[in-house]
Design a protein around this ligand. Sequence first.
Ligand SMILES: [Fe+2]
Ligand SMILES: [Fe+2]
Length: 444
Amino acid sequence: MKLPDNLDQNVSKSVIPTRRVAGQLEAALERKARYPFRFPRDSRPLGGQFTVQENSRRLLRYFYFERRLMQALGAWTLTIPEFEVKLETGRHIFWHADAARFLRERLTEQEMRPKAIDAFRDAGIDRLIEEILSANSAAEFLVGIHQVAGRALTTAYRHHCDLTDQVTDTPTIRCLRRILSDQEPMLAWADAAIAAYIEGGVDEAGLSQWRWHLDRLLRSIGGVSGADPRGEAPTPLRIDAKPFERGTVPNRDVRFDTFKNTCDYDAADGGERFPADSYESLRLRFIRTQRDEVDAIEAFGTFIWDIRFRTSTPSDLARITWDEARHTEIGHRAMLIAGYDPFELRNRLTGSTCRGPMDPAFAMAEINLFGEVGVLKTINQLIDAAADRNDEVLRHVADYIRSDERTHVRKGGRIIGVMTTLEAKASSSAPAGSSPNASSVSAR
Ligand SMILES: [Fe+2]
Ligand SMILES: [Fe+2]
């Protein structure tokens, strides 16, 4: 449509009148009266508080928060000792990664280019995340991640759904509601987990002080949206005394008896439970290996932290982390069905002890090529043997694990490709004398 050149002359800001053609309204009312169907009335009004530009500005901050929370959870996977918390953290990494993916997609529909979305950084959010990471315990870490950042984000999402246009911006509302359906149960779990820490003896006052401190830091950057009234930041911040560095030691809670001097369960147990290479022996080894994939949550979580900002949102890595958390819980439950207390079976720490300080590309190759390809080499025979023996528990769990591991091998090859390409690029562009290792090529 071509607008006339003189459109801006003699601008009037009065209400534009309604002008009718004689008879049309009466005819329309007559036709409506003959229409027999009374469908549900859609009462959503037009309106809303945000322009597309303001919508994108807010969504971009949400995206960045989600991305940074995913990375932050990855950074603590080695350090968290409690089995239940480590396992849930593996799952939560994916909830945040998936939220970032939804938001990124919506942003591309709201006038933003993917490159600009991925390049967005915010120093205030970074300082908050780094301070959350400087927690002194897993309980403090959950307080920061979930009760401060997570709660503020979900509140912002609900407000956004209420304030934005209910008709023109429905895709944003749907995007945020899908995220809330993952994150509201996650926050309810976190509240219960923090209560469990307190009931188990963790100092409640210390956690309250830490929550207050982080809440003030969040307020000082204008809250999640950046548009809230700003207060003064608390002092001192832990990060100003000592920047955060991720842990390299795989921690386990007191229920576990661990070993790291061998990969062989019989050697670790000091003898065979079943004859070597018997079905019974292979079956128990498979179940124990799954439970001990708690080390894979640590491996993939750590990659996500170590390669932060070197790729766009790593959905594949985050999804694998969730799958490994599921394999861990599958193993734990299968131990119970096999008649064992899961904590009577010693936990193999060997993988995490080696990989904790390792360069991420090497660690990823080790787990993908040796761990996952290794599983696939033997799993078909194991499933057939289980079916022959009417061992339904092993047949059932191995069937699903086979399909997951096949998916991981396929995705893992791509991930290693991205990692090694980045390594090569980084080393060719690095200044003379600098090392192309993980920390020096970080984009941050
Ligand atoms: Fe696995
Ligand atoms: Fe896997």
